[in-house]
Design a protein around this ligand. Structure first.
Ligand SMILES: Nc1ncnc2c1ncn2[C@@H]1O[C@H](COP(=O)(O)OP(=O)(O)OP(=O)(O)O)[C@@H](O)[C@H]1O
Ligand SMILES: [Mg+2]
Length: 263
């Protein structure tokens, strides 16, 4: 299952991504967490020890330009995904592997691709790998990935919304761009909802947009408390409301039928 998480800045994409990855991992699935943000911070919420030596930064050297049968050229990732992960991946608790792709080094050798191409190709390769892993992409807040088609191979796009106008408006844009990319399963996830009035605002917006609201995650003060002491919420209070809701969300996602492509 390949999931991408999008939304306006600060709505909670990384928090939800990290918790979801750990929750999926706890159900016995192996999980690849892709941090697609040029300011990566998924590792903290995944609970990776900040003192752990990080893997080398991804480099455009992993790409090469190859000629197709029809004479046109395309860019591919040179090595199998497993090898890429052995070098550039980082272990997190609960069978999660983190891969940071947001700011690859643009190497002099190789195919001279720019960093955007590298990000797109590595995400495409990870997303098209034939495996039964959960792959989850935490996207940057800008529409850049969407415009470049980076996320087009995902099975499910979650657009996170907070109950205020600009966040809802951005969610609408993410949802329509996702549909333009051919992603058929696009859902909203409401986050940091405080009360019934905010819930109604989100419900109304989703109804107007024809967007299915998969779940509402309430505002949970434990998230901030864990953050203040530099811990992942997953290793702070395991029965926090946000984690209970993430478990529900993981189950809902697991029950969405995904068509497996024939080739
Ligand atoms: N359900 C929640 N309850 C309380 N606080 C939350 C909740 N979800 C996220 N937060 C807080 O909201 C802030 C933004 O969260 P996060 O970094 O996950 O957002 P983001 O969408 O990834 O942001 P960016 O666009 O900068 O990548 C953080 O301080 C986080 O602790
Ligand atoms: Mg983020």
């Amino acid at each position: 299952m390949k999931i991408a998480i999008a939304g306006k800045g600060g709505v909670g994409k990384t928090t939800i991504s990290g918790i979801l990855c750990r929750v999926f991992g706890q159900t016995g699935k192996s999980v690849l967490a892709i941090d697609g943000d040029p300011n990566p911070n998924l590792s903290r919420i995944l609970g990776i020890d900040p003192n752990q030596v990080p893997p080398p930064n991804l480099s455009t050297d992993i790409l090469e330009r190859v000629e197709k049968a029809d004479g046109t050229r395309k860019i591919i990732v040179k090595s199998p995904m497993e090898e890429v992960l052995n070098i550039y991946g980082q272990d997190a608790p609960d069978q999660v592997t983190l891969l940071k792709v947001g700011t690859p080094d643009v190497a002099g050798a190789g195919c001279m691709c720019g960093s955007h191409t590298c990000v797109r190709e590595i995400i495409h390769t990870a997303m098209s790998a034939d495996n039964d892993h959960v792959t989850l992409l935490d996207m940057e807040a800008s529409m850049e990935h969407m415009r470049r088609g980076t996320a087009k191979h995902v099975d499910i796009m979650l657009t996170v919304v907070e109950p205020y106008y600009r966040s809802l408006e951005a969610a609408g844009r993410f949802a329509s761009l996702s549909k333009e990319l051919g992603i058929s399963r696009v859902y909203a996830v409401a986050n940091k909802v405080h009360n019934e009035r905010e819930q109604e605002a989100v419900d109304q917006f989703c109804k107007n947009q024809g967007l299915e609201l998969l779940i509402t995650i309430p505002f949970d003060p434990n998230v901030g408390e864990a953050d203040l002491i530099g811990k992942s919420i997953m290793d702070y209070k395991e029965n926090s409301l946000i984690i209970l809701k993430a478990r529900e969300l993981a189950e809902l996602l697991s029950n969405i039928p995904i068509q497996v492509p024939l080739n």
